[in-house]
Design a protein around this ligand. Structure first.
Ligand SMILES: Nc1ncnc2c1ncn2[C@@H]1O[C@H](COP(=O)(O)OP(=O)(O)OP(=O)(O)O)[C@@H](O)[C@H]1O
Ligand SMILES: Nc1ncnc2c1ncn2[C@@H]1O[C@H](COP(=O)(O)OP(=O)(O)OP(=O)(O)O)[C@@H](O)[C@H]1O
Ligand SMILES: [Mg+2]
Ligand SMILES: [Mg+2]
Lengths: 222, 222
């Protein structure tokens, strides 16, 4: 499970303070399929980044599986991000100097999997997202939707038990998007992988078992 | 008008050749509102970049208003991109060292508009896309949809007669997307601005007067 307990997040910029999240409490239990929806700038990406332990709240606590994230040491934090949580970024965050294959392989290299096993897993994943014929290309040589699929493949390659997806279908046509959603929904139904999507996509909202609304940094319904 | 005449575009990468566009002919006449749709990787962004004179075809010709783009000298080409065409990039291409205001102002600086006039135009445009309170922020301090709106504002600030938009609503919730589309549709209806969208968004397709399909680099219907 992932829980935000009375979490606030502020960004201070010169004289202004942006209240990205205001006293947000939200619990996602293991195996849930949740869509987080709300207007542009309402706090979705910020909420996901805190839940993925990629940033700290200004106040309140983040808990992952009954562990307070702020109590974890660096090694435990790294293991959490590397093994338990897969994160799909809204702006992809791919590594330009690596190929498609290299980008998707990287989490497995960090886990010290042997080369043969990495090869098989990456090959299988690239086929699943329709990019097997692009394995050797650099990410700048891809279309927007192809880059998005590299980001998705990389997040899923470690078979995480929680997948936090920030607008994963924004750059995909509906058919490709449906294929990606089928793939992720199967993980939820067969392996009880927890899925949390920050999204504007009605197809994701329709498939989700629960929809949480956010507005101006506050949860409206949960 | 913008016309592709038997245009092909190949990318050569080591041993592979990617045929991004294959013998594409497409004419968009002044004042049209066209949606270009097709699967991820089918050639939409490539087609738009050629029409915006941001890249050269491998073969065939691009014409803008009865002028062959490959016949223009550098000064004429710069004037075309600066004055006639507004381009909204799929990955925004904002300038990180400039503020929101600075990014939107830049095309007016290049046109040598006086400071007072730039100030008024940028302020009005930022209000129209809902970012007036973010004028002084750097673009890395914005949400994905806020950055997208900066890219939109920058493309429209020079009141171009042709707007080429690559997935302009991908990161926007439906309400914000509708507001942007209302704004652009008004330009088309009142000022006969030509609108060409590469898009997966059904809301844009519904509003467009003509829908062109592309698949594997070839136009299916025009
Ligand atoms: N610089 C490049 N080098 C090599 N191949 C490229 C390059 N840019 C694009 N391509 C390839 O050309 C094809 C068309 O790309 P394009 O970006 O036009 O697709 P698209 O229709 O815009 O896709 P999407 O909907 O995913 O944005 C794709 O297969 C892509 O991988
Ligand atoms: N690094 C930052 N510095 C300052 N403000 C920030 C920063 N990152 C985000 N913000 C602000 O915090 C608020 C929430 O941003 P967030 O990215 O979470 O929104 P979002 O719901 O994901 O929006 P979108 O749908 O446009 O992606 C926004 O108003 C944004 O401008
Ligand atoms: Mg976001
Ligand atoms: Mg594209």
């Amino acid at each position: 499970s992932i829980t935000l307990k009375s979490v606030s997040k502020e960004y201070r910029l010169g004289q202004t303070t942006v209240h990205a999240l205001r006293n947000v409490s939200l619990e996602i239990t293991q195996g849930e399929f949740v869509a987080l929806v709300g207007p542009s700038g309402s706090g979705k990406s910020t909420a996901l980044q805190l839940m993925g332990a990629l940033d700290h709240p200004s106040s309140g606590e983040v808990w992952v599986d009954d562990q307070a994230v702020n109590q974890l040491n660096d090694r435990e934090l790294a293991r959490l991000r590397r093994d338990r949580i897969g994160f799909i970024f809204q702006s992809f965050n791919l590594i330009p100097v690596l190929s498609v294959f290299g980008n998707v392989e990287l989490p497995l290299v960090l886990k010290k999997l042997p080369k043969q096993e990495r090869q098989e897993k990456v090959q299988a994943m690239l086929e699943r997202v329709g990019l097997a014929d692009r394995a050797q290309h650099k990410t700048e040589e891809l279309s927007g939707g192809q880059r998005q699929r590299v980001a998705i493949a990389r997040a899923l390659i470690t078979t995480p038990s929680i997948v936090l997806s920030d607008e994963p279908t924004a750059n995909l046509d509906s058919k490709t998007g449906e294929e990606i959603l089928d793939l992720m929904q199967r993980l939820n139904q067969q392996d009880r992988v927890t899925l949390l999507f920050a999204t504007h996509d009605p197809n994701i909202v329709a498939r989700a078992k629960r929809v949480v609304s956010i507005l101006d940094g506050q949860i409206r319904d949960g």
